[in-house]
Every structure is written in structure tokens, then in C-alpha cells.
Design a protein around this ligand. Sequence first.
Ligand SMILES: [Ca+2]
Ligand SMILES: [Ca+2]
Ligand SMILES: [Ca+2]
Length: 462
Amino acid sequence: MNSTITRLSNLHLFTRRPLGLRVSRLIGLVLALGLMAGLATLILAGMAQARPIGPSGNPVPDFQPASQVQAAAMTYTFYYGGDADFCDSNGCTLRGAINAANANPGADTIVSAAFTHNIILGSTLIISDDVTIDGSGGDVTINGNNSVQVMLVNSGKTLNLNAVTIANGRSSFFDFGGGIHNSGTLNVTNSTFVSNESDAGGGIYNNTGSTLTVTSSSFVSNTAAAEGGGIGNDGTLNVTNSTFTGNTAGNGGGGIFTYRGTLDVTNSTFLSNTGSYGGGIVMASGMLTVTNSTFDRNLATGSGSFGGGAIYLYNGFGTPTVLLTNVTFANNDAPNVAGRDGIFLSSVGSLTLRNVLLSNNGTENCANTGGTLNTDAFSMSSDATCGSATQKTVGEINLGPLADNGGSTQTMALPLDSAAIDAGDNTVCPATDQRGVTRPQGGQCDVGAFEVVKVNLPVILK
Ligand SMILES: [Ca+2]
Ligand SMILES: [Ca+2]
Ligand SMILES: [Ca+2]
């Protein structure tokens, strides 16, 4: 009611007029005020019934139309299972919490109660306002039941998604992103995308002008009928401390396909992803930066002009520009074309390799049929296909199997006799290796994603 009183005080009620007129006007105004107050009471009573219900069971304080207020940020507890749109004094279902957060203007937070949730969705969860969904308090799986896209982030809105599993999402043809379609800003941390499916972007589709940041997360067994089994990207995509395993694409980019936009990959592993071309990553234009990362056993199955078991670069929508620093490529393959097994630059564009380690990628670690390949002599290849890279045999490089060697992703260790140890360029190697181990050890950086820590044991004399 304070707002009503404040507004009325601004009217010129008491400007100087003849007494009789002032009295009659005052009587009229008092009557009008009473009528307005009554109406306001009725309107507010109606609004109270329609207000969303907060986790405490009290109405969300929302005196004015939602568009006119900066509401208090709310924390909604995701308490109940099932997919109903529901909240009460204990908390909400996930859908109820999302709808309440959407209705409360401004950024809100949704936290999971300490339960195991496996929510089978009947329809897509729409994110139409900034929100953080944090599943770390429970064990949360949001399941598209192989029939619906799990989430949609609207343009201009931000979703921070922490500690959830997005499973079995499926989007219809040309509605990209089986797990999540992002048209805003999506920050994914400590989460898993598993067995989602779409035409493009099985796990996530990142729309034009959108930003997707993936940190400490996994993409496992997601599928795209066309491109981008794990992620289809038309915007800005940053991937850190994350793993792509066993994702597949009918066309290109088993792990990630970038149509237009940029892709930055740091401290991440691509294992056994498959596409007709570019088993790990495809860039059809734009800038790709990969640092301190590992590509193992990715597969390009196509024939003809295809290839690029690990990475395939081509002029699909523009010229791709690629910078790889301290990356390890091993055992990637394109078995149905001659060569072109590791990295394949198939058209105009540029590919720069610094401190990159390539071993046992079919019969060609590198292939270039139209672009510019810049390789420093500090890079190391088990064949002669990678420009100026130093050539060593697979046995001399002697990469260990992909394993948990510390850090948040699996890596390929170097045994103490590996030719890659202390053979890198200190001026370009990052401050740590893929695991987070400080570089350089032993005075000089190692080639590839792994830095060996040598322990000098004391000499024991008898
Ligand atoms: Ca909100
Ligand atoms: Ca081949
Ligand atoms: Ca070293």
C-alpha cells in the first residue's frame, strides 16, 4: 500500500482555490481515494493468490507487476521427484523450481535436496531467466526418456549447471541439441552428458552468438545423426578439464563440430570418438586453439575425400585457423582412406603445431591438401608427414597407455627413456601440463600434454 500512498501524494491536491470548491473537491477526492483503496485491496488480494510459492511456503514478495520490480534473489530447493510443476513448503519438483525461478525476475538458484533424483521428463525444461541449478547436494539425473530435448536456454539468459547428469535427451530433426539447446550463456561444471541424441549436437547445441563453457565435465556416448556427437557449435565454446568418450556423428565431428565460431580446448581428453570425418573435432571455419590435451583412438570411418581420425579442418563456412600447443595425438585412425589418419587440413586454412607429440596415427600423423602447415622443430612425430617436426620412432616416443595419472582427465604418461622428455620449447609451453603439474620439470618442457616429474633418489653407498 505504501506505493499507492506515495503516488497519490504527488497529485496537486491542495493547490489554492476558492474555499467552497476546495471543500467539495476534497470530499470528492476522499471518496475517490476510498474507492481506489478498496480496488487496490481487491487487486492485491487477487495477486496474492497468483503469486509463485517460495520454498519457505510463503508467497514470493511481489507487490507490483513482475516487469516493474527487481525481486529478491531466491533459492528454491529441488525436493520432490517426478515431472509435475509443483512447489510446497518442503520445496519443489525440478520443473516447479525452474518455473518459479523463471517467474521471479532476476537471477535465482535451485539446489538439490540430499536425494537421488532420476527425473523422467515429459517435455523440455525451458530456461527463460538467469538461474543456477546445483545438483551437488544430491545425485541428480535429468532424463529425456529418448523422446524429448532436456533443456532449452533462451537468448540473453544464463544457465549455470553444476553437478547433474543429462541423459537420453532427444531432439526432433533440425531442433538441434538432444541434451541442451543453448541460445544464451551456458556454463556447465562437474556434469555428465550421456546417451543424448540429435541431428546436430547430440549432447549440446551452442547457437550463433551464444557462449558455452564446459569445465570438469564428461560427454559419453552421445550421438548426432549429422554433426557433433558431443557438441555442435555455432558460437563461442570453451572446454577445460573435460573428457569426450565414445561420442559418434553420422557425418563429421564425433566429439565436437564447429560450423562457425571459436573453440578453445584446454587440459581435456578425446577418446574413441567416431565420425565419417574428424572423429574427435571438426572445424568448418573459425579459430581452434587446443592446449595440453590428448587425442587417443579417435576414428574417421569415411572414404573418398574424408579423413582426420583426430581433427578434420576444412573451408565449410570460412577459413579455419588452428593453433595446437603441447597436444598429444596417438592411435587415431582413418582406415578407409589412404593416410590422413591424425590431423587433416583438407582445404585452405592454417594449422600451427608447437610442442605437439604425434605417435602411431595410422600411416599419416599429419595431412595437408591445400592449407598452410606450420610446425616447429620442437614438435615430434613418428613419421615424416608433419612438416618440420622432429622425427622419432613410435618406440623412441614410447607413450604409455591412457590412464589416470592424476589431474581431472586421463593422460598418456612418458616413461623415463622417452625421446619427448625435455625436448620441448620453453617459450611456448604452458605453465602446467594437462594434469596441472608445473612446467618445465628438469629445466625443459616435455613435448605433448604430459610433463614427467623426475625424482632424484639418493645414491646409497654400501
Ligand atoms: Ca529468476
Ligand atoms: Ca588412413
Ligand atoms: Ca621436462
